[in-house]
Design a protein around this ligand. Structure first.
Ligand SMILES: Cc1ncc(C[n+]2csc(CCOP(=O)(O)OP(=O)(O)O)c2C)c(N)n1
Ligand code: SF4
Length: 466
């Protein structure tokens, strides 16, 4: 009797109530899943493994593999695996990708991850076409092969040659291990089994990037029975994609430190080694800010100062910029979320606080402000759109205040002072000032000038708005 791999769940319970796998008879995905599940369990890695599922026929890996699971957008498994392996350096990260997924839409990020020598195992399933969507040509389609988008056979003059990913990656310095195997018959499956184990051992030992390509039958889209499909792999695919080991430095490679550890991310977020860790505060209601204007007005910097001050206050915080291609001009905005627990999404669709420094941004974002929210907009904006019900909308002479305080370009800092005076920032003044000063670390002459604008804005707000 064929035994279930220990790396799989006991039963494959799917949301729709069914318990079967999603694969057709004779499909290579199932065999490859089994090899990975077995290796993961035999090497004792299940509790450390995080599996990144692709988009494609193997999208449902998380129904099968009994380990950590994350589903990536199409083509982004290598990017997701990069992030996971950097923030969870003690985990064994596995990216699983089809040839449409990795070879087409996701090629660049897969290639760059390999070039950086990221710490994960990448399993690349080459079935010569986009299977899940009905058998369209992929970069790996053989010359002359018929697919739904090459009904007369792939014409290399018009569509290029098959992409040989192992050969391309083997030009790079960083990968520790690169091998192409096949799952078309038992002898080849045994070789594939060894390759999977080696790739996972390399992860277990922290040695770096491992890549295994599998030639894998897709009887359904090739319109063949499983035996003919296996023959097609052996006879036709292997001619174009020779099996073999393209790189193996696993024996001599030392265990390398992970490039960015969690401690360093905290450092990036909080400015200094040993900086303030966010403090959970379930009572704090998440606060959403949008700072908007045109490029060059300092809306991104304003958002950063607010985000930094929230970090200093021990809040969880995200800062998410949006800007056009222009260095100056064009729309720019920064979304900041501060919370008492981890931020779910850095996107701000309904701000509680909106700062609008020009007409288009006021028109664009005013209707989105949450009920009970506050809007501060640059007073010199000529046209005033209607205010949504339940939203406090205040004109504020940021440009005039900045100019009168001697630094006309610091209108963004004037908004900072106004928000602080109105109690919109939920942080202490010393935290705001520290963040403001730090934003001019490379231009110390501007520290005092911005403090002056900040103070003038607070005074004006106290007198006219508070
Ligand atoms: C961004 C995006 N573009 C396109 C699709 C449609 N899509 C779903 S699966 C797929 C191709 C998958 O092919 P491959 O990676 O070769 O995996 P296979 O199905 O052959 O295992 C495409 C294009 C999608 N889901 N998302
Ligand atoms: S369509 Fe092809 S790749 Fe997808 S499950 Fe069926 S045989 Fe496998």
């Amino acid at each position: 009797m064929i035994k279930r791999s220990q790396g799989f769940y006991e039963t494959f319970d799917r949301k729709d109530g069914s318990r079967t796998t999603t694969f057709c008879a004779g499909c290579g995905h199932g065999i490859i899943h089994k090899l990975i599940g077995e290796a993961m369990a035999d090497l004792g890695l299940q509790d450390r493994a995080v599996f990144v599922s692709p988009v494609g026929c193997a999208a449902f890996c998380y129904y099968y593999f009994d380990c950590g699971n994350v589903a990536a957008p199409h083509g982004r498994a290598s990017a997701v695996a990069t992030g996971l392996s950097r923030v969870l350096p003690d985990k064994v990260v596995i990216a699983y990708q089809g040839d449409g997924d990795l070879g087409a839409i996701g090629f660049n990020n897969a290639f760059q991850a390999a070039n950086r020598g990221e710490h994960f195992a990448c399993f690349f399933i080459n079935n010569s076409l986009y299977a899940m969507t009905g058998g369209q040509m992929a970069p790996t389609t053989l010359p002359g092969q018929k697919t739904t988008t090459t009904p007369f056979g792939r014409d290399v003059v018009r569509t290029g040659y098959p992409l040989k990913v192992c050969e391309i990656l083997s030009q790079l310095e960083a990968p520790v291990y690169i091998e192409r195997v096949s799952v078309a018959d038992t002898k080849r499956i045994m070789q594939a089994r060894k390759a999977v184990r080696k790739a996972l051992e390399i992860q277990r030992d922290g040695k770096g990037y491992a890549f295994v390509e599998f030639l894998s039958p897709c009887p359904t889209n090739w319109r063949m029975d499983p035996l003919k499909a296996a023959d097609f792999v052996n006879q036709e695919m292997e001619k174009v994609f020779p099996l073999g080991c393209y790189r193996d430095r696993s024996a001599e490679e030392p265990a390398r430190p992970i490039p960015i550890a969690i401690k360093d991310i905290a450092t990036l977020m909080h400015g200094s080694e040993g900086g303030i860790e966010p403090r959970p505060d379930p009572a704090f209601k998440e606060r959403h800010f949008k700072f908007s204007g045109f490029g060059g007005q300092g809306v991104l910097s304003l958002g950063l100062v607010v985000a930094e001050s929230a970090g200093k206050a021990g809040r969880y915080v995200s800062w998410f910029p949006s800007y056009g291609p222009e260095q100056r001009g064009g729309a720019a905005s920064a979304s900041v979320v501060m919370g008492g627990k981890e931020i779910g999404s850095p996107a701000v669709d309904a701000p509680d606080v909106l700062v609008a420094m020009n007409q288009p941004s006021l028109e664009k974002f005013l209707p989105t402000v949450a009920p009970g929210g506050t809007v501060l907009f640059e007073e010199s904006i000529p046209l005033r759109p209607a205010s949504p019900a339940g939203v406090t909308v205040r004109p504020f002479p940021a440009m005039r205040i900045a100019e009168e305080a001697g630094t006309p370009k610091a209108a963004n800092t004037a908004f900072l002072g106004a928000m602080m005076e109105l109690g919109l920032l939920a942080v202490q003044e010393d935290e705001v000032l520290e963040a403001l000063d730090a934003s001019f670390a490379e231009k110390p002459a501007l520290v005092e000038r911005n403090r002056r604008v900040y103070g003038a804005a607070r005074a004006w707000t106290r007198e006219h708005l508070a």
